[in-house]
Design a protein around this ligand. Sequence first.
Ligand code: F6R
Length: 248
Amino acid sequence: MHIIPVKDFNDLGRKASQFIIQLVREKPDAVLGLATGSTPKSTYKELIQDHRLNGTSYQHVRTVNLDEYVGLAKDNPNSYHYFMRDQFFNHIDIPDRNIYIPNGLASDLDEECRRYDRLITELGGVDLQILGIGRNGHIGFNEPGTSFEVMTHVVDLTLDTRKANARFFNTLEEVPKQAITMGIKNILQSRSILLLASGPSKADAMARLLNESKITNAFPASSLHQHRNVTVIADEDALSMVYLERRA
Ligand code: F6R
């Protein structure tokens, strides 16, 4: 696991965007695995700025998002469909047909999961998967206890995760109780992974990930120790409990 310490959230965006821009320049039809949440926002902002200033094109890039809430329509401002358009897709030149996000309104959710797995295979797999990390170590919506062997599936969200995401909703009750998420197996099949972490609320999870190498279902991010090409970009607050020698 390669660790890149950065100063703050804005620095995180600058550094992470460099990885993505380099990949898209080298492989214009790259498959990007994308995440939502607060953490990648500064990265998307940098990518948009680079697109405007330097013309990096996403005409041939394909994107697959990690997850989507069950029960929210695409135009619901709390859906991940909406988030991705608002934060990224509306501001670059990616065609709609190249954007893939699980459909949380599918009538048969299990079939939607299988469809999503087939789709990723048909795209040739993910070149670079962007990940945030939950305070409990979740990646995607793979909560503690999830098998590392599952592919895309429907999950019941933990109260901790629903509370963490309640800031985007009016009340905790409005936060969906289920989501569709790529499984850890999908994530580990990506050719490379970029895990991003920012802020003091991630310090515990980063300490557990980086100070220990134990792989356990109780801490889903530990599965990343099994992958050969993981880069972690994290800011000072997120790394505040990580041993200094690992930060050098
Ligand atoms: C988002 C996702 C989640 C988030 C995680 C961190 O697509 O899959 O695993 O990455 O919950 O969220 P933030 O960045 O809001 O702290």
